[in-house]
Design a protein around this ligand. Structure first.
Ligand code: ADP
Ligand code: MG
Length: 710
């Protein structure tokens, strides 16, 4: 079987792109070869016979790409109904939708499409729709019964993202409502008597109120499928009142696991050495490296390219391909493009490649055993991104990626005794993140009693209360914890973190919404400045060109506006491709991350459209940056900090000691009072995106918080 798969891959490599029909035939063969193909009939029957079904299957067996197609073919989209598939990650939704459109031979956005925040590739003819779990939650705001869906597949449920957990609770409710069919009565004549349980009057009143309740409801019952790689189906089954589950067996070849002798002090360095050891000493096969985020991936990408240049000319056949969630979607697909014969790929991925995205051809996995995760301190209420060890389950998943098409090898960059110390599985996100966003969403969905909501696992009372308190302070809730009008409703409509949503609303009152739109867009991407390790000084100099003594927010605005000016200049005479190329060059010269900048520009136009629709006043404060900073203070007052004698800062909300990140423009200046947007925990508590404010503004602009704090 291994050789079969290899052959098939080779065949796949050699086809020319133009030869559409041949390509479709090969895809057809690949589809038939997937493990799930042997149980198509059985699966369809199970879905037909069960309202809720749990499917557990090995990664790469074909669940995400195939099942929706099977259901489509079995008639689940009759009458224009849609099959919705949710993914915890943007990248998976996009790449899988593209693949399925290709498999079906249709144009993306027609019968097969995807929809993620800031990017909608669907149309009225879309029947198989991939989307993020968060997006489906937003859809429920507009259509509480999700009436266009006949089937909803919650994929990658084992990830237990906060959105998946909330969605499961919501879907359970929706499914109950939709399974209640209205009773149809036939009029056979007029009954004169008024008594008896079905007297005309009573019956009429009942059905009227019932119909009113269900108005707009699609009475087609909702099929729910919970799908996942490595999960214990019993827990999901219990939650869904004893729902049935099935296993889809995968094909897994043996994978040899290697550990380092000792703990490595620099895992990036160790990963680099391992990549080139494999490249130079091991047999053919692509390499997958798990890294923690965009910055690290880009750093490694640069290092690999540099190292390749130092190899003898005939031996430079290694291609580095990154994949992470904020990578523009056209570039995400590059991981799937086969490299020319004799070359090999080294894929640099975040844990997106752990289960969500299956890339063919991988034989070697390098796993430093780390993942970037959101954590939340219940006492301080502060959420931060931290690099933490993976769980055992994650480590096993990662190594499994090497054994899909033949025997493989996995190099864990930690000693063997460390493995035993890992937690068995990951703690669900709902237990380790700030809940403000979902509390706001639930309130907007009419769920007022958050504590009483039927969560699969309850978040702690402390975090629920913290979030309620935060939303109250932001003005999203009234004193009796109801969604406020209009602020709460407006905040819920914006596809942004509540604090960012509030910032836009505040900015419209401060007449600086133009500036705040740019700020929020720039803060929504990972890193605008490109700082390769080997050119830190040069990149620092380049940043000076944009930096504002007032702080990082205005610095980001300067970058954005400079890119505007540059584009303005070249737009008149250039084609679209040329513009992109020139922009990339401009970014390179200025040590700006062109992927991030383009992503931010994209987000900017999307949120601009949102605020336009909401009718907010879009004005610019021009050079009056004082009023913009006051607006920042009024928006982010919960993240204010005061300098302490020794040069560190104390966060006013919770007394936590934090430090300005060395990459901030205010790292040296250390003003007395600041607001910040992000807390990163490494060895220190670093705050990023910092702006200088006047401490007196706080009681003036946020009296609801600071007047009572004294
Ligand atoms: P599962 O959901 O069970 O993990 P998938 O349905 O995602 O499996 O993947 C099935 C197969 O489709 C895998 O062999 C994978 O490599 C392939 N595949 C998925 N997306 C793409 C793509 N964009 N290009 C090429 N192959 C793909
Ligand atoms: Mg999948």
């Amino acid at each position: 079987m291994a050789s079969n798969a290899e052959n098939m891959k080779r065949k796949g490599n050699s086809i020319s792109i133009d030869d559409g029909r041949k390509k479709l035939r090969i895809i057809e063969q690949q589809r038939k070869y997937l493990p799930i193909a042997t149980v198509e009939k059985e699966l369809v029957e199970k879905v037909q016979n069960n309202q809720t079904l749990i499917i557990v299957g090995e990664t790469g067996s074909g669940k995400t790409t195939q099942l929706p197609q099977y259901l489509f073919n079995a008639g689940f989209c009759r009458d224009g109904n849609v099959i919705g598939i949710t993914q915890p990650r943007h990248v998976a939704a996009v790449t899988v939708a593209k693949r399925v459109a290709e498999e079906c031979g249709v144009q993306l956005g027609q019968s097969v499409g995807y929809s993620i925040r800031f990017d909608d590739m669907t149309s009225s003819s879309t029947r198989i729709k991939y989307m993020t779990d968060g997006l489906l939650l937003r859809e429920a705001l507009l259509d509480p019964f999700l009436s266009k869906y006949s089937v909803i597949i919650v994929d990658e449920a084992h990830e237990r993202t906060i959105h998946t957990d909330v969605l499961l609770g919501l879907l359970k409710k929706v499914q109950k409502v939709r399974s209640q069919s209205p009773i149809e009565y036939q009029k056979v004549g007029t009954v004169k008597t008024n008594d008896g349980p079905l007297s005309g009057k009573e019956n009429g009143a009942q059905s009227a109120s019932f119909l009113k309740l269900c108005q707009g409801v699609n009475f087609l019952p909702l099929k729910l499928i919970i799908m996942s790689a490595s999960l214990d189906p019993r827990m999901f089954s219990e939650y869904f009142d004893g729902a049935s589950y099935v296993y889809v067996r995968g094909r897994q070849f043996p994978v040899n696991i290697y550990y380092t002798q000792h703990a490595e002090s620099d895992y990036v360095d160790a990963a680099m050495i391992t990549i080139f050891q494999i490249y130079l000493e091991e047999g053919p096969g692509d390499i997958l490296v798990f890294l923690t985020g965009q910055e690290e991936i880009e750093a490694v990408e640069g290092l690999i390219q540099e190292q390749i240049r130092q190899l003898p000319a005939g031996n430079q056949k290694l291609v580095a391909v990154p994949i992470y969630s904020s990578l523009p979607s056209n570039q995400q697909m590059k991981v799937f493009i086969p490299v020319p014969d004799g070359f090999r790929k080294v894929i640099l991925a975040t844990n997106i490649a752990e289960t969500s995205v299956t890339i063919p051809g991988i034989k070697y996995v390098i796993d430093p055993g780390l993942v970037k995760a959101r954590t939340y301190n219940q006492q301080t209420g502060i959420e931060s991104l931290v690099v933490v060890p993976t769980s055992k389950a994650q480590a096993v998943q990662r190594s499994g990626r090497a054994g899909r098409e033949g025997p493989g090898k996995c190099f864990r960059i930690y000693p063997e005794n460390e493995f035993a110390k890992l937690a068995d599985s990951t703690v669900p996100e709902i237990k380790r993140c700030n809940l403000s966003n979902v509390v706001l969403q639930l309130k907007a969905l009419g769920v007022d009693d958050i504590v009483g909501f039927d969560f699969m696992e309850n978040p702690s009372r402390i975090s629920i209360n913290k979030s309620l308190e935060e939303l109250l302070l932001l003005g999203a809730l009234t004193d009796d914890y109801k969604l406020s009008d209009p602020i709460g409703h407006q905040m819920a409509r914006l596809p942004l973190d509540p604090m960012y949503g509030k910032a836009l609303i505040v900015a419209s009152q401060f007449n600086c919404l133009e500036e705040m739109l740019i700020t929020v867009a720039m803060l929504s991407v990972e890193s605008i400045f490109y700082r390769p390790r080997e050119k830190l000084e040069e990149s620092r100099m380049a940043m000076k060109h944009f930096s504002s003594p007032e702080g990082d927010h205005i610095t980001l605005i300067n970058v954005y506006r400079s890119s505007d000016e540059f584009l303005e200049k070249i737009r008149i005479s250039s084609s679209k491709n040329k513009i992109l190329k020139n922009l990339r060059k401009w970014c390179e010269e200025n040590f700006i991350n062109s992927r991030s900048l383009r992503h931010a520009r994209d987000i900017h136009s999307q949120i601009r459209r949102h605020v336009e629709q909401m009718g907010l006043c879009i004005a610019s404060c021009g050079d009056d940056m004082l009023s913009f900073r006051r607006c920042l203070a009024a928006s982010f007052f919960l993240n204010a900090a005061l300098r302490q004698p020794e040069g560190t800062y104390r966060a006013l909300a919770n007394g936590q000691v934090v430090q300005i990140h060395p990459f901030s423009v205010l790292f040296q200046a250390k003003p007395v009072c600041i607001i910040f947007n992000e807390l990163v925990r490494t060895n220190n508590n670093y705050i990023r995106n910092v702006t200088r404010i006047d401490p007196l503004w706080l009681p003036e602009l946020a009296p609801q918080y600071y007047a009572t704090q004294g």
